[in-house]
Design a binder for this molecule. Structure first.
Ligand code: DGP
Length: 227
């Protein structure tokens, strides 16, 4: 990597229907247009054999024990580690739509599962330079088009997912009010991402979950229906 700056690792997270995929795509387009070479990944990545099983699970073709499902999602991220690392090393920015934080927030929202157990299987994956958390109450998300077709799109479940996310907030996170228009949110994200991409140093990425989550980042959780 001598003489060449590594790429940044940036993750977009949030409950279902918060606009992650739209924003992640717009970000990569913007970065590429402004000469910052970037690629977009999305987890779960269903093009692999593991991803195909996850796809079947999400669409309710099959069912598994919740712990097995959790490990499948995690394995799907691990199988893309070499790809992520090779882009970062070449100086390409990697923008990921969902990552280990989805893994923990969704799985730990299930009965009998907890945050600590769920964190273990992603332990050692690269820690992102920046996590953009698109925040919207599930009640607001429910009003958006297409909500309610997938396995996890149930308001009560999404409430627990959101609470879990808010417990993971750390000093590399930015919490964004996703109730605003696509363009308004995009503008906020671009500013944060450009700052991160342009200030990436030559240090290796850290790994999950070595840095302790700072307690002072705990946030007030909006109650259902509150805007
Ligand atoms: P998406 O393609 O981003 O809409 O994700 C599909 C669904 O899968 C969505 O409800 C969130 C959920 N999901 C994403 N990643 C994980 C994960 O790692 N673990 C679990 N349990 N669920 C996940």
């Amino acid at each position: 990597m001598e003489g060449k700056r590594r790429g940044a690792l940036i993750v977009v997270e949030g409950c279902d229907r918060t606009g992650k995929s739209t924003q992640a795509k717009k970000l990569v387009d913007y970065l590429s247009k402004t000469g910052r070479y970037s690629i977009l990944l999305h987890f779960p990545e269903c093009s692999t054999r593991i991803g195909d099983i996850i796809h079947g699970y999400l669409n309710k073709y099959y069912n598994f024990d919740d712990r097995a499902v959790h490990l499948l999602f995690s394995a799907n991220r691990w199988e893309f580690l070499p790809l992520i690392q090779s882009h970062i090393q070449k100086g390409v920015n990697v923008i990921i739509d969902r990552y280990a934080f989805s893994g923990v927030a969704f799985s730990a929202a299930k009965k009998g599962m907890n945050l600590q157990w769920c964190k273990n299987s992603d332990s050692g994956l690269p820690r992102p330079d920046l996590v953009l958390f698109l925040d919207l109450t599930p009640a607001q998300a429910e009003k958006r088009d297409g909500y309610g077709t997938e396995r996890y799109e149930v308001e009560e479940f999404q409430d627990r997912v959101r609470e879990n996310y808010l417990q993971l907030v750390d000093d590399n996170w930015m919490v964004i009010d996703a109730s605003r228009s696509i363009e308004e949110v995009h503008k906020v994200l671009c500013a944060a991402v450009v700052k991160t991409v342009d200030s990436v140093d030559d240090n290796e990425l850290e790994t999950l979950w070595n840095k302790k989550t700072k307690r002072n980042y705990k946030m007030k959780i909006q109650k259902r229906g509150e805007s």
